[in-house]
Write a protein that binds this ligand. Structure first.
Ligand SMILES: [Mg+2]
Length: 91
């Protein structure tokens, strides 16, 4: 079973609203781990765990809202734009 099938099963079982709430919760958990790393009380394993959780919920959000292609395009455009600003010393 591929990850998209697993995501669809989760979304069908728990619903869009619950999976959206879980996404917000996971984003918050990642914020907390990033703060712990900055405070020198975190560890890379816990950070990696929250990054993995966050990627999973982000992929579910893209599936729910059918915007994976748009996200990929915007990501490429934004990365290019920030690199151009970097080259021009505008940041
Ligand atoms: Mg988590």
């Amino acid at each position: 079973m591929d990850k998209e099938e697993i995501y669809l099963k989760l979304i069908q079982k728990f619903g869009v609203e619950t999976q959206s709430v879980v996404a917000v919760e996971e984003l918050s958990e990642l914020q907390k781990e990033v703060c712990k790393m900055l405070r020198k009380i975190g560890n890379v394993h816990n950070l990696a765990e929250e990054i993995a959780d966050t990627l999973i919920v982000i992929e579910q959000l893209m599936l729910i809202h059918n915007c994976e292609s748009e996200v990929a395009l915007l990501k490429a455009q934004k990365l290019q734009r920030v690199y151009e600003r970097y080259l021009k010393n505008e940041m």
